[in-house]
Design a protein around this ligand. Structure first.
Ligand SMILES: Cc1ncc(COP(=O)(O)O)c(C=O)c1O
Length: 393
């Protein structure tokens, strides 16, 4: 099926509102006009539609959205308008949100370790797709669904994550040694059986998917189980400074070839992008509250949207929105260290963040490509968080 990009500009009514958000023509215009006390979440709906169209039209299978990466209602609604109908969820609250806002959506409950209550409520709400990675979880699913005959069960297997900038540290997944017996056991009662894996987030090598698919093929040979579906997970990368990535199409081509080479061409194929679907269509603007030499104190930090700028120490394309006009370009660029607003000493981002030396209190820094794991990661620690979002079209 060919999905057509909707014309999002046409949706903006004459008050300049997109799905309830104020609309601006640039990030700079947005933060200066909003002039709010908190950080500002910026959504670029057209970029989001473009990425959705790539995944929906070019991935050789069906695309689920890993909604943990950005559960903002406008992001979810825009993806829905673009034709995305499948959601990968991890929690009961995510299921409740999707079922109440998007009737008819297909939900995949892919967290490998779920509470009994969550399994029961999910089944009652119509969810039939569940992941597991060990016998105990499989038994839990069977018991809590009263041995339902209509379950689609996905075994999560552990694969190599060495090419991921953000490995998921093998927290989940059956080893390839354990997998055959688990699959046989699940196959006995499932309506459909599948395998799923995650190569780690921000995976820099298309070959990681190829190796994972090859490993699954070998494992299936040993198990003697014929699966109905293969879910190649998330992990697709986006551009961050210092991380050059291949285009998504290269990943899709490598995956498609590996699927064909390993006899998976006739299965239902799924992917679960989070980051690559939403990162480039979002940004976060944080205000400078204080400058002390090469240290800037901001109104957002690692307990807010800038978690990944802290411990993993990632960097983002930066834009300075100066309140005092252009600033003095002759001052050049300086390597800054950033601090978030909370009282905790872990609320620090070492960078270095290269910003104009003209920067001063009241200026805003726009962290681009922060549409994934930014808004989603905010806590309310010390009362610092932002509910302000705008659209830039
Ligand atoms: C089960 C599952 N699917 C998909 C994703 C999305 O991964 P990414 O954002 O790297 O695409 C995650 C991320 O943690 C995950 O745990």
């Amino acid at each position: 099926m060919q999905y057509v990009r909707p014309s999002l500009k046409a949706e903006v009514c004459n008050q300049g509102v997109f799905k309830g958000l104020n609309v601006y023509s640039s990030a700079g215009e947005a933060v200066l006009a909003e002039n709010c006390n908190d950080a500002v979440h910026i959504i670029f709906p057209e970029k989001l539609a473009e990425k959705a169209s790539i995944f929906l039209n070019k991935f050789p299978g069906d695309c689920l959205f890993a909604m943990k990466s950005n559960p903002h209602p406008v992001v979810l609604e825009t993806l829905w308008d673009c034709g995305l109908r499948r959601f990968e969820v991890a929690s009961l609250r995510e299921i409740e949100y999707v079922t109440s806002h998007f009737p008819g959506a297909e939900i995949y409950f892919m967290h490998p370790i779920k509470s009994r209550k969550a399994i029961r409520f999910a089944y009652d709400m119509g969810v039939r797709n569940f992941a597991f990675d060990c016998l105990e979880e499989l038994v839990k699913i069977e018991e809590e669904t009263l041995h339902a005959p209509d379950l689609n069960l996905f075994l999560r297997v552990r694969v190599d994550q060495t090419n991921a900038a953000h490995p998921l540290s093998n927290k989940f997944g059956a080893s390839l040694m354990e997998a055959p017996l688990l699959l046989q056991r699940a196959d006995a009662n499932a309506a459909k059986i599948g395998v799923t894996f995650h190569v780690g987030s921000q995976c820099m090598e298309p070959d990681s998917y190829v190796h994972a698919i090859e490993q699954v093929a070998l494992m299936l040979e040993q198990s003697g189980v014929e699966i109905d579906a293969l879910d190649v997970g998330g992990g697709y990368p986006v551009f961050y400074p210092g991380m050059e990535t291949a285009p998504l199409e290269d990943y899709f081509a490598a995956i498609e070839k590996a699927l064909n080479d390993n006899g998976f061409a006739d299965l239902q194929i799924l992917c679960e992008p989070g980051r690559a679907l939403v990162a480039e269509s979002g940004a976060v603007a944080a205000r400078v509250e204080m400058r002390k030499d090469a240290q800037l104190y901001l109104n957002d930090g690692t307990y807010g949207s800038l978690f990944d700028a802290g411990t993993p120490a990632w960097s983002y394309p930066l834009e300075l929105v100066s309140t005092a006009g252009e600033g003095d370009p002759s001052k050049g660029v300086v390597a800054f260290k950033l601090f978030g607003p909370t009282c905790d000493s872990l609320d620090v981002m070492h960078g270095p963040f290269m910003l104009p030396d003209s920067i001063e209190e009241g200026d805003w820094i726009v962290f681009h490509h922060l549409g994934a794991y930014g808004f989603a990661m905010q806590t309310q620690f010390n009362g610092f968080y932002s509910e302000t979002a705008v659209a830039v079209l």
